[in-house]
Design a protein. Structure first.
Length: 72
């Protein structure tokens, strides 16, 4: 399972979605969908822009944890 921690990072840094949109040049819909964890996939360029703007590594935004009951 991949855990998206973007909203937690933004909360810690006291950033609004509009701040991230302005700072990264990403579409508001893209940032909103990531913030509310409603995405199925993420573009590498999007991750790059978020990491640069937030000054974090990819592993701080996305975390992998092994599924306890993996579906076959």
């Amino acid at each position: 399972m991949i855990i998206n921690k973007l909203s937690a990072i933004m909360g810690t840094k006291r950033l609004k979605i509009s701040d991230v949109v302005k700072g990264t040049g990403l579409a508001r819909n893209t940032v909103s969908e990531l913030y509310y964890d409603r995405v199925q996939q993420i573009n590498i360029n999007t991750l790059n822009k978020l990491c640069n703007y937030l000054n974090v590594n990819i592993g701080e935004i996305l975390e992998f944890t092994k599924d306890e009951n993996p579906s076959k």
